[in-house]
Design a protein around this ligand. Structure first.
Ligand code: HEC
Length: 89
């Protein structure tokens, strides 16, 4: 299974930013589609996750090394990595 966002533009952003850490087992980042790692974080709510992405959070760099990502892009990337693309909230 290709772990990459379905949307081509979003996939490009993912490939050049989040993926370097979030698809590299062994570092501190919650890995893509790892529900055990993401579910407790998801419970914080999307607003908190978005804030932590934009402002940084511990070893998570501010902006996730994606200078061209908009807040909507970040939200979509977080949903993709957390396996919540079809989430209603
Ligand atoms: C240089 C490595 C690196 C890159 C690049 C990166 N992250 Fe992270 N990210 C981390 C690490 C490490 C953590 C875990 C931080 C912690 O919990 O202490 C993290 C955690 C997160 C969290 C969870 C925050 C929370 O409150 O639990 C979100 C959401 C996130 N990253 C989104 C993204 C997105 C979206 C991108 C791409 C635009 C991205 N990250 C790129 C390293 C990275």
């Amino acid at each position: 299974m290709a772990l990459t966002p379905a949307d081509a533009r979003l996939a490009g952003l993912y490939e050049t930013s989040c993926k370097a850490c979030h698809a590299m087992p062994g570092n501190l980042a919650p890995q893509v589609r790892d529900h055990a790692a993401w579910d407790p974080r998801w419970k914080q709510g999307e607003t908190v996750l978005l804030d932590h992405t934009i402002q940084g959070f511990n070893a998570m760099p501010a902006g996730g090394q994606c200078a061209s990502c908009t807040p909507e892009d970040f939200k979509a990337l977080i949903r993709f990595m957390a396996g919540r693309e079809d989430s209603a909230n």
